[in-house]
Ligand binder design. Structure first.
Ligand SMILES: *Cc1c(COP(=O)(O)O)cnc(C)c1O
Length: 296
């Protein structure tokens, strides 16, 4: 895959504050295996092949970027894939995400939300492995190999960076990056959901020497996972018109909205060199989000 570019979006925020803002465009690495997902999957897929498995099993909801990325990456590696999907609504009415998964050859197995809650329970996982056969990657690639892959994103962060901002789902990408970046770089995560256990989950996997100089900014989940407001949609559209960078409504739109507000609140010191990570996720956007219809 090509190296991601860094786009300078300082002019979107100035003249508010004397800070510089770059976006690391992980969304441009691959049309389907977009953003942070490739980094979290790569070492997991190596492990699958080294162990001689022919199938990857993983978990996600009906809009999951991780499911699509896994389907595409497994296909590229010559592996078959099985997606365990949360809830039955996607079976009756497949979302665009689930149709893409199926088109990429992923078999889909729908389970109830109650059963899905067991997705990390050893007994449930061994039963799954027995009935379907394959290597199980946790939801969101949230394991040691996922974090190890996310560490590699640090190589694309310029040395003079003082602050890194990124959206947070499981915290896998955030933790990997925290472990790889110098402790002097301040990291802010923008959770896309209300989850009070996230900070503990990150601390629990951060190396002691790097478990410093980071925080989660809880104000920008917009009511919960994949929830939006007209204000958020309006922001995503105006950001696109000004910068030509598409954001997604679940993760990166909320992060960038939060960064804009923090800049207005003077939360960053003068001369801060901020890098925002575009973690991808555009496949899940509603159709027409960036259409410039008259009057909108
Ligand atoms: C999956 C995803 C995230 C969340 O990553 P975690 O490692 O689970 O925190 C963030 N942004 C986008 C676009 C994603 O698809």
């Amino acid at each position: 895959m090509p190296d991601p570019t860094l786009d300078d979006i300082t002019s979107f925020f100035t003249p508010d504050r004397p800070v510089s803002v770059l976006v690391l465009r992980l969304d441009r690495l691959h049309p389907v295996i977009s953003g942070n997902k490739w980094f979290k999957l790569k070492h997991n897929l190596e492990a699958v092949m080294e162990a001689g498995f022919k199938q990857v099993i993983t978990f996600g909801g009906a809009y999951s970027n991780h499911l699509v990325a896994t389907a595409a990456a497994a296909k590229a590696c010559g592996l078959s894939s099985l997606g365990i999907v949360r809830g039955f609504h996607g079976q009756a009415q497949p979302t665009a995400t689930l149709r893409t998964c199926a088109d990429l050859g992923m078999r889909l197995h729908f389970i109830s939300r109650e059963q899905y809650a067991l997705k990390d329970a050893p007994s449930f996982l061994s039963a799954l492995g027995t009935s379907f056969g394959g290597y199980i990657i946790p939801e969101g690639g949230d394991n040691d190999l996922g974090r190890a892959g996310a560490m590699e994103i640090a190589a694309f962060i310029p040395a003079m960076t003082t602050h890194v901002c990124l959206p947070v789902g499981t915290g896998t990408t955030f933790t990997g990056l925290r472990n790889a970046l110098p402790a002097t770089i301040c990291m802010t995560g923008f959770p896309a959901l209300q989850d009070t256990s996230l900070a503990d989950h990150i601390s629990g996997h951060a190396m002691p020497a790097r478990n410093v100089n980071w925080q989660l900014e809880p104000r920008f989940h917009f009511g919960g996972f994949a929830k939006t407001t007209p204000e958020l949609i309006g922001f995503i559209r105006s950001f696109y018109i000004a910068t030509n960078i598409p954001l997604d409504i679940v993760y990166t739109g909320k992060m960038m909205f939060g960064v804009a507000q923090l800049i207005r609140e003077n939360a960053f010191p003068d001369q801060a060199q901020i890098v925002c990570i575009h973690t991808g996720g555009l496949q899940g956007n509603p159709e027409g989000l960036f259409d410039r219809t008259p009057g909108s």
